[in-house]
Design a protein around this ligand. Structure first.
Ligand code: DC
Length: 218
């Protein structure tokens, strides 16, 4: 099973690069941030405070979470649009700091990879914690300005300043939490995506993967 782990902060290009790489390799792609967003969505929908660790963990235990290529379904409800909305975005870092939530989603992510024969998997702790033995570990970065500009384009109704503030707040929470904080995994290749095209980055990653796989003799 071949696993490519892609980590990095919001707006660093993980989804765009990850999807393109998966396509080139004929692998499935998994956005693990969408899983955390799905849990935050479920909590809000059921009137559970996202900061209440035990009730959130409890609801996740029986939650049906389906992250397909472009759609996210939570207990049979299509949540694709809402998980990207401001309410979920505001509360998702709190949900992601909950160790019981992380343990459950880690195990679902590993099951997903087993079921799909590997894949390109993106998030914050994929190379460091979930798949430390991935065939290739990538850490994407970009300047805060570029990241905020990218996200502003994606979300229709928020201005640059608001998005930039939200990204800075989430960076601090994701990097500062105790359980599997966002950081460069050991052995990961760091790529700054600020001034490079997707094709260029994907080509470089394919080359590095070929080297890594060839180098390990597998
Ligand atoms: O990539 P994103 O913005 O959709 O991620 C949403 C949140 O989920 C983000 O603030 C950090 C968290 N997350 C995480 O803690 N671990 C992951 N593997 C993926 C996302």
């Amino acid at each position: 099973m071949q696993v490519i782990a892609i980590d990095g902060p919001a707006g660093s290009g993980k989804s765009t690069v990850g999807r393109a790489l998966a396509e080139r390799l004929g692998l499935q792609y998994l956005d693990t941030g969408a899983m955390y967003r799905g849990v935050a969505f479920a909590a809000l929908r059921r009137g559970v405070d996202p900061a209440d660790a035990d009730p959130v963990a409890h609801l996740l235990a029986t939650l049906e979470l389906e992250v397909a290529d472009r759609t996210v379904t939570v207990d049979g409800v299509d949540a694709t649009i809402e998980i990207r909305g401001p309410e979920v975005t505001r509360s998702v870092s709190t949900v992601a700091a909950n160790p019981a939530v992380r343990a459950e989603l880690r195990s679902r992510q590993r099951e997903w990879a087993e079921r799909h024969g590997g894949g390109v998997i993106e998030g914050r702790d994929i190379g460091s914690v979930v798949f430390p033995d991935a065939d290739l570990k990538v850490y994407l970065t970009a300047s805060p300005e570029v990241r905020a500009a990218r996200r502003t384009k994606e979300v229709a109704d928020l201005d640059y300043e608001t998005v930039a503030r939200d990204i800075a707040r989430r960076d601090a929470l994701d990097q500062g939490r105790e359980d599997s904080p966002l950081r460069e995994a050991e052995g990961s290749v760091v790529v700054d995506t600020s001034d490079r095209s997707i094709d260029e980055i994907v080509d470089e990653l394919l080359r590095l993967l070929a080297e890594a796989v060839g180098g390990s003799g597998t």
